[in-house]
Each structure stands twice: as structure tokens, then as C-alpha cells.
Design a protein around this ligand. Sequence first.
Ligand SMILES: Cc1cc2nc3c(=O)[nH]c(=O)nc-3n(C[C@H](O)[C@H](O)[C@H](O)COP(=O)(O)O)c2cc1C
Ligand code: SF4
Ligand code: SF4
Length: 251
Amino acid sequence: MIFYFSGCGNSKHVAETIAAGLNDNLVFIPEAAREGRYEYELAEGERLGFVFPIYSWSPPKLVLDFVKKMQLKAKPDYLYFVCTCGDNCGLTEKVFRKAIEEKGWHLSACFSVQMPETYIGMPGFKLDTPENAQRKIDKANDLLKRNIPRLINKECFSEIIVGSLAWLKTYLVNPGFNRSATDDSKYCVNEVCIHCGKCVETCPLKNITLEDGHPKWHGQCTMCMGCYHHCPVNAIQYGKATVGKGQYVFR
Ligand SMILES: Cc1cc2nc3c(=O)[nH]c(=O)nc-3n(C[C@H](O)[C@H](O)[C@H](O)COP(=O)(O)O)c2cc1C
Ligand code: SF4
Ligand code: SF4
């Protein structure tokens, strides 16, 4: 069973590729959480996988919250996670390992996959060029081809791109990010909106409704930037930070 989260499609692509390689089932974490589905039963020898994007050098809080609430009938014998990142992951492995060890489970394998950048919510952060984005996707697909057989064989390994100043980023910057991530008050829509409802449909947390044809955010955001990137006419902005930066969605 593979539990996954994705805002802009990168981690969904990785989760779907692994699920196809392992002939495994997928569970979308926000949907399961919304429906209160926390109890699961694994078949004998079944692998337990998690796939998610890196948010501020850590797993997204909603993924950690879900893991905390999960209940399994028996301990998984092979547990792995795969995280997608634009650059690097800080001490994500340490954070995730602690979360699952608190449940009495054991982490067997993990690896990170560099994918196109999706975060542009602050000055200085920008998307990859289309050429760089494609290069990352090609490399990611090669990496998946190499690592899926290792998951099939239940190999123990850890291949995470940690990056510089990892402790500082994961343990000092990330808590600040988590405190502000639900604050969607900077999201706004301009006059080019065509009232299509794609932002409503896209939001994994069902945090957007259309009011008089325009999106309204309801303060339960996880900052995935999916609404911004999926809008067909680029009508959504996050304050001034996103203006002129373009959009990216995995297709
Ligand atoms: C809020 C936010 C924070 C992010 N923080 C990081 C980060 O700390 N390090 C990194 O390399 N990429 C970071 N990224 C980029 C994403 O991890 C990366 O693009 C990921 O593949 C997006 O996955 P998705 O398309 O499944 O949502 C961040 C993206 C978002 C939206
Ligand atoms: S996706 Fe864009 S165009 Fe469609 S309703 Fe939302 S803001 Fe408007
Ligand atoms: S409101 Fe936008 S950024 Fe926030 S969780 Fe929904 S899609 Fe993601």
C-alpha cells in the first residue's frame, strides 16, 4: 500500500510509477484524512510506502499528522518513503524516521527524487526553466527505474539529498514555515478569472469555494501552490511574490 500526497503532480507521478512497478495500491492522504480513514490492514509481507513532496526541508505537516493517527493491525515488515524535492531535503529522513519509530515501526528504505520546483511564494524563489524541468524529470524517471527493483527486493538503503545547513533549515526554518503555511490570506484572484472552478477542484484540502464565480480561500491551506499553478489563465497570485513567475504542473 502506498500513501501519497501531491500538490502539483510531481509526487503523484512518482507514486503512480512506483505503484505500477510494485503492482501496488495508492491512497491519497488528504482524502483518507478527510474521511477519517486511519485504520489499515497489510497483507502478509506487503510493503508500506509513503510518497510526498518536501516542504521547507521536512515532510509536509499533514503527512506527519496522518502517520501519527494511522493504525495497522500488524507491524509492517518493509517500510519506505520517497520524497520529491526541487533541490534538497535537509534532515527529512531523521524527522520521518522519528515519526514512524514513535509508532514502533521501522524504516527500511528511503530516497529523494529531484523534480521541477513548485515553490515561488517568496522573493528570490523561481521555477526551473522548461529545459531544466524536463532534464529533472528525465533523470527522475531513470532513478525510479533503478530504485523500483530495490523496493521489490526489499533492499535496505538510504539515498537522500540532504543539502547544506540541514539542521538549521529543518529544525529552525521549518517550524516557522509550518506556523504560517495555513495562512492563505495572501492568495488573491484578478479580473482574468474565467470562473472555471479548476482551483476548487484542484485543492487537495478542499480549502477553496467559488463565491460569485471567484475563488475564496478558507484558511485551511497547506501551501502546496496547486491552485496557483493549475489555474488555466494564471489569474491567481500569492501577494506580489508570484507575479510574472509563470506556472508549472506535472503533465
Ligand atoms: C511550500 C513548498 C515548500 C517547498 N520546500 C522545498 C524544500 O525545502 N526543498 C526543496 O528542494 N524543494 C522544496 N519545494 C519544492 C517541492 O518539494 C517540489 O517541487 C516537489 O516535487 C513538489 O511536489 P508536488 O508536485 O507533488 O506537489 C517546496 C515546494 C513547496 C510548494
Ligand atoms: S482556476 Fe483560475 S480561472 Fe478558474 S475559477 Fe479558479 S481562479 Fe478562476
Ligand atoms: S488553497 Fe491552494 S495552496 Fe492551499 S492547499 Fe489548496 S491548492 Fe494548495
